[in-house]
Ligand binder design. Structure first.
Ligand SMILES: [Zn+2]
Length: 359
């Protein structure tokens, strides 16, 4: 029998013993050299892993004759346990050192921004425009005034001079709740409440949600208005136009032209619709080329306004012989659509993230 191709118990045992001895010498220094827990784990895997050095020695065991396997196997297992406990003790030392380093380092700054940008929401375009309009009017000296969304018909219609048979008071046009209350059809109820409770002079801006029985491509049953009103002695149409000019300049840019067209609203006299220079076909030199959105006029309608009607003053307990004032109101959806060039009001309420993410 050939001694080389048929190893004896002794040669296998010698080979394994030598391999175990050299590994026993080497493993601890290797573990101690690891600077991090991960480096230590990697080193451990090189010894105990599937293709590790100790695993390779275990495979040699299979070549040994059966009668010698038990004794050699015990030696291999003994070293395996030494390696495992050496690994555990080095790992806990490393963790201790890392913890000490962490504690002695400068304190972690909790106010730093996150390294991974978080997926946070942001303001809706209507909210952005509302805040811009409020900011403009606050700069002009107006304060914010709030009022309820469920309003008595007296404050929503009667005090504002709506005759009892006005179409807006109809069940078909407004949402009635109970005992003569209605979901307010405009933010003008705030004007009534302010004038009933505060003595002039006053200048308020009133943003809010309003409701009408309208639902088509250009109307939503719920929408947003913002209304500004000013009451004092000797207030004239010139003051109104001055405020409108400032408003247009500050919201739509310097030099934005404003024009008033006579119009009728029950609670103002005279009343006017206000156009500003078209934002869609504005040229770099400030002129308007005309486009389909402004019907090639170069002007686009943004709001309604007028001098507060004497009857409204009387209904609210203010003497129209002493005081005068103006009011102006606009739809925030329309304003946001003009501001951002949005063609369809429905986009404002669909809450499609692909649309909202653009603002
Ligand atoms: Zn245009």
């Amino acid at each position: 029998m050939d001694a080389v191709s048929d190893p004896t118990v002794e040669t296998i045992e010698l080979e394994i013993t030598a391999a175990l001895a050299s590994l026993r010498e080497a493993f601890l220094p290797r573990f101690r050299a690891a600077a991090t827990a991960q480096a230590l784990r990697d080193e451990n895997a090189k010894i105990l892993g599937k293709k590790g050095e100790l695993t390779a020695i275990l495979k040699l065991l299979g070549k040994a004759p059966p009668e010698g396997r038990k004794a050699i196997g015990e030696k291999v297992n003994a070293l395996k346990q030494e390696v495992e406990s050496g690994f555990e003790s080095c790992l806990s030392n490393l963790r201790l050192r890392e913890r000490e380093a962490e504690l002695s380092a400068p304190p972690f700054d909790l106010t730093l921004p996150a390294r991974v940008p978080a997926q946070v929401g942001h303001k809706h375009p209507i909210s952005i425009v509302r805040e811009e309009v409020v900011a403009v009017f606050r700069q002009l000296g107006f304060a914010v005034f709030d009022g309820p969304e469920v309003e008595h018909e007296g404050n929503n219609f009667t005090a504002l001079g709506f005759p009892p048979d006005h179409p807006a008071t109809d069940m078909q046009d407004s949402f009635w709740t109970q005992s003569n209350h209605v979901l307010r059809t405009h933010t003008s109820n705030i004007q009534v409440r302010a004038m009933k409770s505060i003595a002039p002079p006053m200048a308020f801006i009133a943003p809010g949600t309003v409701y009408r029985r309208d639902d088509d491509a250009t109307h939503s049953p719920m929408f947003h208005q913002i209304e500004a009103f000013l009451v004092d002695k000797d207030v004239t149409l010139a003051h109104l136009k001055g405020v409108l000019a400032e408003f247009a300049e500050r919201l739509f840019g310097p030099g934005t032209p404003v024009r008033l067209r006579p119009s009728y609203f029950p609670f103002v006299e005279p009343g006017a619709e206000v156009d500003i220079g078209c934002v869609f076909c504005k040229q770099p030199n400030g002129t308007r080329a005309g486009c389909s959105l402004c019907k090639h006029t170069g002007f686009i309608e943004v709001l309604g306004c007028g001098m507060i009607h004497p009857v409204v003053f009387e209904n609210c307990g203010i003497d129209p012989e002493v005081f005068s004032g103006f009011a102006l109101g606009m739809g925030l959806e329309r304003l946001a659509m003009l501001r951002y060039g949005v063609p369809n009001i429905k986009l404002m309420f669909d809450n499609d993230p692909r649309f909202l993410a653009q603002f």
